[in-house]
Design a protein around this ligand. Structure first.
Ligand SMILES: N[C@@H](CCC(=O)N[C@@H](CS)C(=O)NCC(=O)O)C(=O)O
Length: 206
């Protein structure tokens, strides 16, 4: 059986989610950088959707979509990042889905505003995506309140997903959207999470 591998790009917030989870769980894995936007990418051979992250198990099986991978990792390591109780688990997965949705909208915004020529950009689409980001962040502020973690008293997948979403917004929109000024509760959360080694060492880089 070979070592587990994780195919990533270093800016992907979804890949960051999985990297943080695997580091927290102390899983021994090899990280392989393969940018899915490059012409020579091998990602579509592992994931027909052509997206990272992709987790390759020791048997060579490809597992994709970060939400599926975080569930999978729960089955191979004893350190837990989800509650066992199915109803409580849904609460965590709901926050993970919200953070992932903020990432989805942020990626759409990045593609529309930074990759599409200015004259072809669609303001209606941009406003719609910003609406999702702002409503999502406001909801996350409400959920966190004065707590330290998004669920319960221990660090888990909900925290990891929110960290990854916030890190991505900071990476892509630092010139015109300072999320930390507008969402101080999330800013307090992010800076306290930055003390964790897994969070520090996965900060996105261009
Ligand atoms: N729902 C997927 C989203 C993954 C995703 O969109 N990854 C981006 C990188 S941030 C990607 O690979 N995009 C390439 C493409 O869409 O062709 C997940 O959670 O893993």
């Amino acid at each position: 059986m070979q070592k587990h591998k994780l195919i990533v790009s270093l800016t992907s917030p979804y890949a960051r989610k999985v990297r943080i989870a695997a580091l927290e769980k102390k899983i021994d894995f090899e990280m392989v950088v393969d940018v899915p936007w490059n012409d020579d990418t091998g990602v579509p051979q592992k994931n027909p959707l052509g997206k990272v992250p992709v987790w390759l198990t020791g048997d060579g099986e490809a597992i994709y979509d970060s939400r599926v991978i975080t569930e999978y990792l729960e089955t191979i390591a004893s350190i837990k990042l989800f509650p066992d109780n199915p109803i409580e688990r849904i609460k965590v997965k709901q926050i993970e889905a919200l953070a992932d949705g903020i990432m989805d909208a942020s990626l759409c915004l990045f593609a529309e505003r930074k990759k599409r020529p200015k004259e072809l950009q669609h303001q209606w689409w941009i406003d719609r995506q910003f609406g999702k980001v702002h409503r999502g962040l406001a909801e996350l502020e409400k959920i966190l309140g004065d707590k330290m973690y998004f669920y319960g008293t221990e660090f888990g997948v909900a925290d990891i997903a929110v960290i990854s979403a916030l890190g991505y917004i900071g990476l892509r929109f630092s010139e015109d959207f300072t999320w930390s000024d507008q969402y101080p509760t999330l800013a307090r959360f992010y800076s306290s999470m930055m003390r964790r080694q897994s969070v520090k060492e996965t900060v996105p880089v261009i």
